[in-house]
Design a protein around this ligand. Sequence first.
Ligand code: GTP
Length: 453
Amino acid sequence: LTTKTLVIFPVLSIAPSKSPNTDRKRSHDLRLEEACGLARAIDLDIQLSYILPIRTPRPSTLIGKGKLEEITSQINAYDIELVFIDAALTPIQQRNLERAWKVKVVDRTGLILEIFGARAMTKEGRLQVELAHLTYQKSRLVRSWTHLERQRGGVGFLGGPGETQIEADRRVLAEKITKLQGQLETVRRTRRLHRKARGQVPYPIVALVGYTNAGKSTLFNQITNADVFAEDLLFATLDPSMRAVTLNNGMNVILSDTVGFISDLPTELIAAFRATLEEVAEADIIVHVRDMADPEADNHKQAVESILRDILEDVSGTTLLELQNKIDLLSEEEKQNLSSNPPAETYLQGHRDDLVPAMTIQISALTGEGQTAFLNALETLIGRSHFERDLELDSTQGEALAWIYQHGEVLSRDDSANLTIHLRVRFHAAQMGQFEKRFGHLMQGAKEKLAAE
Ligand code: GTP
């Protein structure tokens, strides 16, 4: 921890009422807490943090003169090097505040960009962040300078010696942006190829999603025993990481951990964020991990589901499993309340094209409670869409055998003496259809067995 930081969450204050609005106060406290979480995510050393009521936002500095001076003395007293204002500052406000306080000032978008930059691990992630950064800079540049240009009368031609500094800067940024977009497209193309190759690995993909800090990485680690960066930081995982996991019934799945969702994501960052979630759209099962101990749990659920609706092409074709996590932090009564709201009700109310969890399970990723129930639920849900078959092939059917190894999962194989091969294979519904089409005529009399209910 190095940079000494002041965190301010500004709120528009309205006329004081007789009875203080405790709900609003509570939600402000939570926002401040979230802001501090963001700052800690890039190891900022928070010296002081508070909610700052603002009666009239000033276009030049946001904050009024009196407050501004008060903050100057705090900055001196605490040796503050950075002020994080959890709001959207105009470029002019940011510049004026930096001048008045003589320290660096960042707003919400600026800070989240820093976090994304620090967390991006894949090439695509890094490029996306860089692109978002440049776009952010470009928009600031344009807005903060136009009025000056107008004062100067402006210079009417592009490029060349008469070009203003702002035009030159803007052009350099635009060129960098174009170049980055090109690189990004190349990376994406390669990734699509990889994914296509992986598509032939017939393991179902299970994607963990959830609001930031819900406990996805903790669960992922517990199940895979992998050492994925789990800590009490927002955005501990920007790029999805994947591991193969063998369930109790011998079935293999690929478990994929994804970046935490966050509401109020600045628009510049939405694309960068989406890119990290492409895996989710391809998942066979989406596991929504929820922090039930968070007072904002219901709002977070809505935020996550609305992002899922955006990402998924076909919501009705998605299998969703809801994990109510952190139940170790709940009282007996709160747990009772959770269980007395059975998911069956949502089934009845839910529209057909809406996201409705097929199952809801209570767990604690920390203590391990509910883990078995979760894994069993995965078996059941995957079982619904995967089929097991017993096949008999003779030595002339090499092509079919190769196809099976490539597209299905061979559970057991028995090469008997009379040159027939007995296979027990698990296919996904779609692959089974393909298999039928290509080789069905060779399989006359083969015994089929559906493992699914
Ligand atoms: P992002 O990467 O930011 O999206 O977070 P995440 O969803 O991966 O959360 P992570 O696993 O990093 O967990 C966040 C914090 O919650 C950590 O401090 C965990 O130790 C804690 N945590 C996770 N699961 C539980 C749980 O079941 N009970 C309790 N008490 N704490 C938990």
